[in-house]
Design a protein around this ligand. Structure first.
Ligand SMILES: Nc1ncnc2c1ncn2[C@@H]1O[C@H](COP(=O)(O)OP(=O)(O)OP(=O)(O)O)[C@@H](O)[C@H]1O
Ligand SMILES: [Mg+2]
Length: 471
């Protein structure tokens, strides 16, 4: 059966040309055309299309229009047809689940997208997580970017939809393409924050992972021992891989690196054994997978080790996993980004840090990374900054709905790193602590702590005092 398409565009010429192209299509039939938002609404009701092609309507925001249409007609799929100068909006459209094609439109492109839309509806009807929709969108996009094979493979990996028995979990990667901006501090504080929270009445099980493989200091910032660590796990994985190869009758001395990679992809994963490699922060109950003790050990860690580790973590019973990364673009970091449900992109309000975040965002957009996973966080904000958050947002070309999180510069932070006592475990509130909490709650919803009656009373009292003073 043909897919019914509504064309919404105030460029009559372009609409006419598309209609004549589609006249011979076996896959799509044009069920209507509209050149204004009002007309589009009327046609949506009258013609019940499955697909809407959003060309352009003067003074109308296509993203908002599609959201409104989708609210009334949730089954609709959207394609935004963009001119060359509008293609900069492609990541934002994709974030909203809208396909993008370039004008002038080719018949084959629209047909290919129509077929994908059908697949997408089938997949969503499969009652999987909404995340999957974005993966489908990005994986089937016609323009395959120049990511290495492995990275393209990682793209579909976020989300725990593969195994319905595994409880939903969140893997959060804290990244920032510049050193010393506060990645380790923020990972530590978020990890401690989540360790002290509950979800649906159950305390959260949290793991922090130090992916600074060569020079990691996460353990130091919590006064933790460095054994066992990630390298202990890598050694065990190597033992398992050797046994696995031998069980397949292979000569382990002559196996090439790519063959190890192949073997790793079919090695059984053992999530129940993760606790062998973690250390516990007893004050909070947080588990930590620390980085190797010796820099040389990090040289022996291969991509497939990291892949196995991340895959196993995904299947573990941790509710939240925080990964602290190095300010680089090595495979460890890229894999941590592509496995994550959320990325906290940390920077400082300083021009070099801002420039590098912009470069990274550009790379990720080109790699069709789902941008809705990224939360930008400006750390060490002072009362008066040269750049406002609004200016920074405009420079990053963030979607208007996207908030930039900020954490104030706080003299207590240095002390808390030196003493190994997280800000989140200190008594009394501080601006930095509130900011971390706000960020944490935006990343993973936790139970609100019920206010004690005494606290409530106090609040009421204060409010009435204010009312009395200012009428
Ligand atoms: N909000 C803050 N207020 C004051 N100082 C801060 C704040 N955040 C971080 N710092 C300071 O910045 C230093 C570097 O922080 P941190 O080690 O977390 O950065 P990083 O991005 O992990 O560095 P690297 O790239 O080397 O891993 C900390 O030792 C701390 O003194
Ligand atoms: Mg660090």
């Amino acid at each position: 059966m043909k897919r019914r398409l509504l064309i919404v565009d105030d460029d009559r010429e372009a609409t006419r040309s598309l209609i004549s192209q589609l006249a011979c299509s076996h896959l799509i039939e044009v069920c209507g055309e509209a050149s204004s938002a009002e007309e589009a609404w009327a046609k949506l009701h009258a013609t019940r299309p499955e697909l809407v092609l959003l060309g352009g309507i003067k003074d109308t925001e296509r993203g908002i229009l599609s959201q409104q249409f989708r609210l009334a007609f949730p089954h609709l799929s959207f394609i935004a047809a963009c001119t060359a100068s509008e293609l900069m909006w492609e990541p934002f459209f994709r974030n909203l689940g809208i396909w993008v094609i370039a004008k002038p439109i080719q018949l084959g492109q629209v047909e290919a997208l129509a077929m994908m839309a059908q697949g997408q509806i089938a997949a969503t009807a499969d009652s999987r997580q909404p995340q999957l929709q974005h993966n489908i969108l990005s994986e089937h996009h016609d323009n395959v970017r120049d990511l290495p094979d492995s990275e393209r493979h990682w793209k579909g990996l976020a989300g725990s939809e593969q195994n319905p028995r595994v409880k939903p979990k969140h893997l959060i990667t804290v990244y920032g393409p510049k050193g010393g901006v506060g990645k380790t501090f923020i990972s530590r504080e978020l990890a401690i924050f989540f360790s002290t929270q509950k979800r649906e009445g159950q305390p959260l099980k949290v793991l922090a992972v130090d992916f600074n493989l060569d020079l990691g200091t996460f353990a130091t910032t919590l006064n933790l021992p460095r054994t066992p660590n990630l390298y202990t796990w890598v050694q065990d994985l190597d033992r398992q891989l050797h046994a696995y190869a031998e069980s397949k009758g292979l000569d382990t001395y002559s196996i090439k690196p790519e063959e190890w990679q192949e073997l790793a992809s079919s090695l059984p994963l053992l999530p129940q054994q993760i606790e062998r490699y973690t250390v516990v922060h007893s004050e909070s109950g947080l588990d930590v997978l620390t980085s190797p003790r010796d820099i040389r050990q990090s040289f022996e860690i291969r991509d497939y080790h990291l892949y196995l580790i991340l895959e196993t973590l995904k299947r573990s019973n941790y509710d939240v996993i925080l990964i602290d990364t190095a300010p680089d673009t090595t495979d460890a970091t890229i894999q941590a980004l592509f496995f994550a449900e959320h990325v906290v992109m940390v920077g400082n309000p300083v021009v070099d840090s801002i420039e590098n975040i912009q470069r990274l965002l550009k790379l990720l957009r080109e790699a069709e990374y789902p941008e809705e996973r990224i939360q930008v966080c400006m750390n060490r904000l002072q009362r008066k900054e040269m750049f406002t958050l609004e200016e920074i947002r405009a420079y990053f070309q963030l979607h208007p709905s996207k908030k930039i999180f900020s954490i104030p510069d706080d003299s207590e932070v240095k002390k808390s790193i030196n003493t190994g006592v997280p800000v989140m475990l200190q008594t009394g509130r501080s601006a930095a602590r509130n900011a971390i909490e706000t960020l944490g709650k935006a990343l993973f919803p936790v139970d609100e702590v019920a206010k004690t009656p005494a606290a409530k009373e106090k609040k009421n009292e204060k409010a009435s005092l204010f009312r009395w003073l200012w009428g």
